[in-house]
Design a binder for this molecule. Structure first.
Ligand code: NI
Length: 183
């Protein structure tokens, strides 16, 4: 496995629509290597999700995993990595939730982004089986963020209030202050 370089905003590939993966490509050595590298890279960067275009691949593929790490210390459950090939959102809640979100292509930045509270997703798993499931809350947020990457959309496109675009370490200091005042 190899840790790949994560492209930062400005690379043209991050603005392109990724192409679908054919059934015959699933299970191939190159796709399996890409998936393994993406999981390792996500862990190395303390990310909770990574889309293939971020590691310079133009394929419709994303990985995500909810686990406690230095960038997301508030996560307490350790989940297994999930791999979604050709993911599509087939249903979504009318309700939007606005919360802070980050992106490895904008290192250190966070912004408040509205996302659907729940979504239904269909995709292929790494063995090529069709899967369909409902995700909600933070998991739904991560999937919506990564699918955006597959369509050439980046975090800054979704910021509803530019005043919320901040550096994570700075804003964390003030959020912690607020929390300790509350208790
Ligand atoms: Ni991102």
């Amino acid at each position: 496995m190899t840790i790949r370089k994560v492209l930062r905003a400005g690379w043209p590939l991050l603005r392109q629509k990724a192409r679908g993966i054919s059934q015959s490509e699933i299970g191939s050595g190159s796709l399996e290597s890409l998936i393994n590298d993406m999981i390792e890279t996500m862990h190395e960067e303390n990310g909770v999700g990574l889309a293939a275009p971020q590691v310079q691949s133009g394929l419709r593929l994303l990985v995500y995993q909810l686990y406690p790490n230095p960038r997301y210390p508030e996560l307490d459950e350790e989940e297994e990595p999930r791999i979604l090939i050709n993911p599509e959102i087939t249903k979504k809640s009318a309700e939007l939730i606005t919360d802070q979100e980050g992106c490895l292509s904008y290192p250190d930045l966070r912004a408040e982004i509205p996302r659907h509270q729940w979504i239904r997703v269909t995709a292929r798993d790494r063995s090529g089986q069709e899967i369909s499931f409902k995700a909600e809350g933070f998991e739904a947020r991560v999937i919506q963020h990564e699918i955006d990457h597959l369509n050439g959309h980046l975090l800054v496109d979704r910021v509803s209030d530019l005043e919320t675009l901040v550096f994570d370490d700075v804003s964390r200091r003030f959020r912690n202050d607020e929390e300790s005042e509350d208790s």
